[in-house]
Design a protein. Structure first.
Length: 420
């Protein structure tokens, strides 16, 4: 893999990752080698990787969290403070001296960041820090969290003399969001670089000059996940992603329905669709982007509470409401999702490689097929062909026993309670 990278890229800097190995040494390694300290395993592994990296004249960088993990192996928190507040000598010795460590920090406050920066400086004087433009695991973009986290992270990095900062934009688990939605976050990082002290208005003004687009429209992407009745003025600081699980969840199983049954999501997403449609007219260079987001909001307006409406009507024995859902609402949702699918495909073709789109063919195709099945099941019930709809007999429960909104990262956990 490293040899291939050496042939493809001009850069002589390579990021070797090595993060989040929560169970290091506890899988097949344990059966073959017995129980060994994580720091020793990590050091030996890195020595082998570094030999390959040097062979191809790369300068390596790697995530730093596993050195913290080696100190507190049973604690699930990333970057947990080591017992006693300092690193052991064994952990310090396991850090390759010619490697830049990268501290990824996406959500903590200033004091927590200061603690961890000071600890990193025990390990290395060659440190980079990675912040986050929170675009992943959502249809939209979480600019409330992005702006708050940057305001805590970037000035604190400057205080500690950190000269290398990365703005990460993740695309894990097949993002419904689009990379161009991160442009306002990139402007935010640029302004911290050049100005030092930043306020939102300065970022917006610079965005208008540099991108020739309306910053408020990009900032409004936060409304896909920022439901005012839940988040209020503080914004979505817990990275909840309802737009994603409301889009893909099954309307008969209703895994998330209990959590949103009292929210006026239909009006929320309908208003957002109007806002995104206006954004498409205002931002000519990004017209297709905002047309996609407008259709996404419209699809959510018809789909978000479909399962809630089905369950309520069925439980109340309201066959008139069930008939309206079967013959009108489901058809409306299906049409909105089909339009979204086409717009998403055209936007993808403009900006991404073909590889990867097959994931969304499967997701959209599965959702549309499932809506057909739900409609057929409802009509059969209304016509007396089936005496009941078992899924709508089940009591709705909080998703994973948790109230309110939440972050669910995996598509497979959204569409079914089964491990597919």
């Amino acid at each position: 893999m490293i040899a291939s990278a050496a042939r493809i890229f001009r850069s002589r800097t390579i990021h070797i990752g090595c993060d989040e190995a929560w169970n290091l040494g506890l899988g097949n390694y344990f059966w073959n080698n017995g129980l060994r300290p994580k720091a020793e395993i990590l050091r030996e592994h890195l020595e082998r990787v570094m030999a390959i990296v040097r062979k191809y004249n790369f300068t390596p960088m790697m995530w730093s969290d596993m050195f913290f993990r080696a100190e507190s192996p049973s604690v699930k928190e990333e970057y947990h403070i080591p017992p006693g507040g300092h690193f052991s000598e064994a952990t310090k010795q396991s850090v390759p001296q010619d490697t830049q460590l990268v501290y990824w920090e996406y959500i903590r406050d200033k004091e927590s960041i200061r603690q961890r920066l000071n600890l990193h400086l025990e390990l290395t004087d060659n440190l980079a820090v990675a912040g986050h433009i929170r675009l992943n695991r959502s249809v939209g973009a979480n600019y409330s969290l992005t702006f708050r986290a940057a305001a805590d992270l970037l000035p604190t990095c400057k205080e500690h003399g950190i000269r290398h900062v990365i703005a990460t934009v993740w695309g894990d688990n097949g993002p419904e969001s689009h990379l161009y939605g991160a442009l306002l976050g990139m402007q935010l990082y640029a302004e911290y670089q050049y100005r030092g002290t930043v306020d939102g208005q300065a970022v917006y003004a610079a965005f208008q000059r540099c991108v020739h687009a309306e910053p408020n429209d990009f900032a409004a992407l936060r409304s896909f996940d920022e439901i005012p009745a839940v988040h209020g003025e503080a914004g979505n600081q817990q990275a909840h992603n309802p737009s994603r699980w409301l889009l893909w969840q099954d309307p008969l199983l209703g895994l998330f329905d209990w959590n949103v049954k009292d929210l006026d999501l239909e009006m929320h997403y309908q208003d957002l669709a109007v806002r995104m449609n206006g954004a498409a007219e205002r931002n000519v260079a990004f017209q297709r982007l905002f047309e996609y987001y407008s259709l996404a909001a419209q699809a959510l307006a018809t789909k978000a509470l479909l399962g809630v409406r089905l369950y309520e009507a069925y439980q109340e024995g309201d066959k008139r409401a069930l008939s309206d859902l079967a013959y009108s609402r489901i058809a409306e949702a299906r049409q909105a999702i089909a339009k979204l699918y086409r717009a998403h495909y055209e936007l993808w073709q403009e900006t991404y490689m073909d590889e990867g789109w097959e994931i969304f063919d499967i997701r959209y195709g599965g959702l549309l097929a499932r809506l057909d099945t739900v409609q057929d099941r409802l009509i059969a019930f209304l016509d007396g062909e089936n005496p009941a709809i078992p899924e709508l007999e089940r009591t709705r429960l909080p998703y994973n026993g948790k109230e309110g909104l939440m972050l669910e990262t995996q598509y497979t956990r959204i569409v079914s309670a089964s491990n597919l």
